[in-house]
Design a protein around this ligand. Structure first.
Ligand code: IMP
Length: 177
């Protein structure tokens, strides 16, 4: 196990690159099967989901589109409690099969705030793919259709996730010591 320092905090290895890649491929296989003959639109939620979205999308064999939106809800290691859309959705989702790609569902507030507006635009279907879920932190329960890992309620970084801007480039996922 390796320990790294980011800003003022120490983090230890939690999920290896190999474990993450294997699981992301499994999710892609499930999506390939479920969406055979369809052409879903993936909506990646920036910043955290960019790496997961990229690896998931690379492993798809169906025709699919992807776009990104940016929602901000976190500052440091604490949720700011308010979700702000800083890059909005430009695509028309009406009648489309939508799969949202989120890095981590913590309290569930981010998606809970965003989903009603999306549903209002009447997509044909709407599913959620998330890399991580902290079930013990849930305040706004939601169904995650494609979940890579369920994890304890501890702050994590790496593979797209940051602590105050740093750590996104790590290939593994690290947990706060
Ligand atoms: P929620 O609204 O509480 O579900 O939080 C969702 C967002 O908070 C995620 O998209 C992340 O950007 C951020 N977040 C939650 N937990 C962590 C964590 O452990 N590390 C880094 N970011 C996190």
């Amino acid at each position: 196990m390796s320990v790294i320092q980011v800003h003022d905090k120490s983090f230890e290895t939690f999920l290896s690159e190999e474990t993450i890649q294997k699981r992301v491929k499994e999710l892609a296989v499930a999506i390939n099967n479920d969406y055979k003959g369809k052409q879903p639109l993936f909506i990646g939620i920036l910043n955290g989901a960019f790496m997961f979205a990229s690896d998931l999308f690379k492993n798809l064999e169906i025709d699919a589109e992807i776009c990104f939106i940016k929602l901000i809800s976190y500052q440091g290691t604490k949720s700011a409690g308010k979700v702000v859309t800083s890059i909005g959705l430009m695509e028309d989702v009406h009648g489309k099969d939508i799969i949202l790609i989120e890095d981590i569902v913590d309290t569930g507030k981010t998606l809970n705030d965003f989903l009603p507006g999306l549903r209002h635009q009447q997509p044909a279907s709407l599913k959620i793919a998330a890399l991580l879920h902290k079930p013990d932190a849930t305040e706004y329960p939601l169904i995650i259709d494609y979940l890579a890992f369920s994890i304890p309620d501890k702050f994590v970084i790496g593979y797209g996730l940051d602590y105050d801007g740093l750590g996104r480039n790590l290939k593994e996922i690290y947990q706060l010591v």
